[in-house]
Design a protein around this ligand. Structure first.
Ligand code: FES
Ligand SMILES: [Fe+2]
Length: 439
């Protein structure tokens, strides 16, 4: 069954601001997402610091499937489907390493870092002749673009350029990808990628930057934090808080109050705070009013973020998701600072972290309930908070990209799901062009 146009528009009702629960568990909708979303959109696959040298590779995912992210002899980054062109066996079985060739363990077809088929088992090349033309039997190669150290790929060669795809949200991506002094290429991935599975639909944590759930879902974590922070000064809570969304489905939050380095220094660790404080003046000279930002935006469809941690949601079935986290740190920071960053991230944002596990429980229950008869047939999910309030056009109102809605609001939730509906209904990229850009 193909759900297009009218059906999809009824699942996400833009007039009412409601979402039909079936989009979180229906197998037909999920199958269409694999083609219409994961085979067409730009997807985050890794960071350049993971593969600094020719031959370095890491495994990653695009949608359900594995890809090999590798650097060739020519220093270029290639993203290849980890599925043999002969008969689909897994070509690379290691999470990371260095290899300029990948030999399939089934019949021995061998590919180089660009994905080209370079070698067939002894004797078979002559036996295949004249039917097999090696240049037609390479690994499937995605289109790749880099952005400040991050690596992105898409299977759709008619997709717009990566920066066009970001639609202005890249302005908010830059500050957390620079180091504390605002130095270009100053960040690296700390350790290896953290990965875990949750029995939930991949969309539920998108977006996770709505401020409405924080004080309820994370009440216990906040209570613990308050206990051991009581003696110290608390950073002021910014008043002019906005949710910022893009017609392309990307979202973030933003304070327009000049709260200076107090927001940047939101880390609980005094050693980290001292490190950031010492470098803040230099950073401010380079980045101006966005210097305080250490929060990556969410990028449609599946790159979420918590602070400087990239969190990607890889679908593994309609009700199963693999969460991957890349923790970014300053490349040149002393080891004790990197360790302190790591401790903070694990305590809050790892799979057993105080913040992350609160969220995961809600998302798993939502997924389960979206399968139950009464929920899926009688309920619609509500995203009406602030629906009748007009969004402000960031470029003309504040000189900043994005559409601004003052908090509390469900504007970011609507921004994501309205784009989801548009992408699911569009035949091709020609229908997905944005008429009213927010950049
Ligand atoms: S499936 Fe890979 S060589 Fe046959
Ligand atoms: Fe949360």
């Amino acid at each position: 069954m193909l759900l297009r146009d009218v059906s999809i528009n009824r699942l996400v009702d833009k007039k009412k601001g409601t979402i039909n629960p079936i989009i979180f568990s229906d197998p037909d909708i999920y199958q269409q997402e694999l083609e219409l979303i994961f085979a067409r959109m730009w997807l985050f696959v890794g960071h350049e610091s993971q593969i600094p040298n020719p031959g370095d590779f890491v495994r990653s995912r695009m949608g359900e499937e594995q890809v090999i992210v590798t650097r060739g002899r020519d220093q270029q980054v290639y993203v290849l489907l980890n599925s043999c062109a002969h008969r689909g066996n897994m070509v690379c079985r290691y999470d990371q390493g260095n290899a300029l060739a990948f030999q399939c363990s089934f019949h021995g077809w061998t590919y180089n870092s660009t994905g080209a088929l370079v070698n067939l088992p002894p004797g078979s090349e002559e036996a295949y002749a004249p039917d097999l033309r090696k240049e037609e039997w390479g690994l499937l190669r995605a289109r790749v673009e880099l952005f400040n150290g991050t690596i992105w790929a898409t299977w759709d060669h008619s997709a717009p350029s990566l920066v066009d795809y970001f639609g202005g949200s890249e302005i908010y991506m830059v500050p957390p990808l620079l180091d504390a002094e605002g130095e270009d290429s100053g960040t690296e991935v700390l350790g290896t990628v953290m990965r875990w599975r949750v029995g939930m639909n991949w969309k539920l944590p998108m977006p996770d930057n709505d401020t409405t759930h924080f004080r309820i879902t994370h009440r216990s974590a906040l209570a613990v934090r308050r206990q051991y922070q009581d003696d110290g000064p608390r950073p002021p809570r910014p008043r002019q808080n906005y949710h910022v969304w893009f017609p392309e489905g990307h979202t973030t939050t933003m304070s327009l109050e000049d709260v200076g380095d107090e927001v940047l220094l939101g880390n609980d660790d005094p050693v980290v705070n001292e490190y950031l404080r010492e470098r803040y003046e230099t950073r401010k000279k380079r980045l101006g009013k966005l210097a305080y930002r250490m929060e990556l935006p969410h990028i449609f469809p599946n790159m979420g973020a918590v602070g400087r941690c990239v969190r990607v949601l890889h679908p593994q079935g309609p009700t199963e998701t693999e969460m991957w986290s890349w923790f970014l740190v300053d490349k040149n920071a002393p080891a004790e600072i990197k360790a302190a960053f790591a401790r903070g991230e694990e305590l809050a944002r790892g799979p057993g972290g105080m913040i992350q596990k609160d969220d995961m429980e809600n998302w798993a229950i939502q997924t389960q309930y979206s399968k139950y008869h009464m929920t899926r047939t009688r309920l619609t999910f509500n995203a009406q908070l602030g629906l009748s309030q007009a969004s402000l056009h960031g470029p003309t109102s504040f000189g900043l990209p994005g559409m601004f809605d003052s908090s509390p609001t469900d504007a970011n939730i609507r921004g994501f799901y309205y784009r989801w509906a548009d992408v699911m209904a569009a035949k091709d990229w020609g229908e997905l062009r944005i008429d009213n850009p927010a950049r």
